[in-house]
Design a protein. Structure first.
Length: 446
């Protein structure tokens, strides 16, 4: 197993060296707003880090810083612990042995590893709570320092740069006691995938580090995850980091005269203030979905609990400066008008002048409905009676008799005109038959 890991490391070193050689032909790229130093380095970086390492000239990145007096297997973002903040997400707090220079190298710039030189730091102007990539798989979480752009894909595939620990130990100060050993990192690298990374906030020279969702971490540990308030140390030129302690040039010059201490006992001058707040992320049974794989070239995502700095960090300082001006503007006009505003805005006078209830009573639509009883009109005009008398067939037979009763003359007509009697002329025929009787009478006379 050790031979396989050694072979992977040699291949990774060869790929990194090839990337450096090819990258020297191109201009330094940008990622998430970070600008890689090429020729000149700010004096603030030199004054802050010179006592704890050495500055060298790199063929690709210009002036870089190499820390001194570190263990052989040392890696960035290993000697410290994570705390969750509502402002920036996951914040890396350095151990006392590294806090004198960790407030610079773990929150500015990027880290690169080269065989023969080891780890060195590339300066960058953008501040972040931590510059790392995040992995997750089968209940384990991993992170690795973010390198400059040309090396990101190489770092993602090499277990040398990753640290793994069970999710339930992520927020523990002594997580290193439960970390995956170096010989098992390759196994967990295959069983996990990249889920998130630190990325810069648009319109501001700072970044946020959402990492794994705090709700997911609380659900996995079945314990509430506390949120912390951190007062980071930043350079005086860094703006937009809320609650930060700005380090002036005089403070940096004073630290330059100190002896290189490496990982020796800290002076305590650059300790970061960390305070627990009342905010707590409680575990929820509804949060069960594992973090999704981050696609190649994807910038990252804020998740369901985005840090506050990503919700308008560029305009936050303006909002903090404008409230006092607005209060002054509100106080100056409010002092004279209170007596005038009260009589001008007389709500009691306005209410009786426009009495909607009185208007409703004066125009009584219900009274109109009561006085004009449509039901009586419906009874006087009996369309229903006509409809009831008309449909039956008896109406057709009864129509002629009432007309004759009203004329009152038809009965006399019926008596005076007996058509049947004159029509009974067939009696004439028997009369004609009687003619022989008449003829017989003379016979009788005879």
């Amino acid at each position: 197993m050790s031979i396989a890991i050694t072979w992977r490391r040699l291949c990774a070193a060869a790929v990194v060296g090839l990337a450096v050689a090819l990258g020297s032909l191109a201009a330094p790229p940008l990622l998430g707003g970070i600008t890689l130093a090429a020729a000149q380095v700010s004096e603030d970086f030199i004054y802050a880090l010179e006592p704890y390492g050495r500055w060298i000239r790199h063929r690709r990145f210009g002036e870089v810083w190499v820390p001194a007096n570190l263990p052989r297997d040392w890696r960035p973002y290993e000697y410290g612990h994570w705390v969750y903040t509502d402002e920036w997400g996951w914040f890396w707090v350095s151990d006392p042995e590294e806090e004198d220079w960790g407030w610079v190298t773990f929150h500015y710039g990027r880290w690169v590893f080269e065989r023969g030189l080891g780890w060195f730091w590339v300066p960058g102007d953008e501040w972040a709570p931590a510059w790392v990539d995040w992995r997750y798989g089968d209940g384990y979480v991993g992170w690795a320092p973010l390198p400059p752009d040309p090396y990101i894909e190489v770092y993602e595939a090499d277990p040398l740069f990753w640290a793994f620990v069970a999710v339930r130990y992520l927020a523990q100060p002594r997580w290193r006691h439960y970390a995956v050993s170096s010989r098992h990192r390759a196994t967990w690298l295959r069983r996990s995938h990249v889920v998130n990374r630190t990325f810069g906030v648009r319109g501001a020279r700072l970044a946020v580090n959402p990492g794994l969702s705090p709700a997911f971490v609380a659900a996995q540990t079945h314990q509430s995850l506390p949120a912390y308030r951190v007062r980071p140390r930043v350079f005086s030129r860094t703006q937009g980091v809320q609650g930060a302690v700005q380090i002036q040039r005089d403070d940096l010059r004073a630290g330059r005269s100190a002896k290189p201490r490496g990982r020796s006992k800290s002076s305590g001058r650059n300790a970061v203030a960390v305070q627990r707040t009342t905010t707590v992320i409680k575990p929820s049974a509804a949060v069960t979905a594992a973090p999704q794989r981050l696609q190649k070239g994807q910038r990252g995502h804020l998740g369901g609990h985005p840090p506050r700095a990503a919700q308008g960090a560029a305009t936050r300082q303006q909002q903090q400066q404008t409230p006092p001006l607005q209060q002054l503007q509100k106080q100056t006009p409010q002092k004279p008008p209170p007596p005038t505003v009260k009589p001008v805005t007389l709500p009691p006078a306005v209410k009786p002048v426009t009495p909607p209830p009185a208007v409703k009573q004066a125009a009584p639509p219900p009274a109109m409905k009561r006085t004009a009883p449509p039901p009586a009109a419906k009874q006087a005009a009996p369309p229903p009676a006509m409809k009831r008398a008309a449909p039956p067939p008896v109406v057709k037979q009864a129509v002629p008799p009432p007309a004759r009763k009203r004329v009152a003359s038809p009965p006399a007509v019926k008596q005076a005109a007996p058509p049947p009697k004159p029509a009974a002329t067939p009696a004439a025929k028997p009369a004609a038959k009687k003619k022989p009787e008449d003829k017989k009478k003379p016979d009788e006379t005879k």
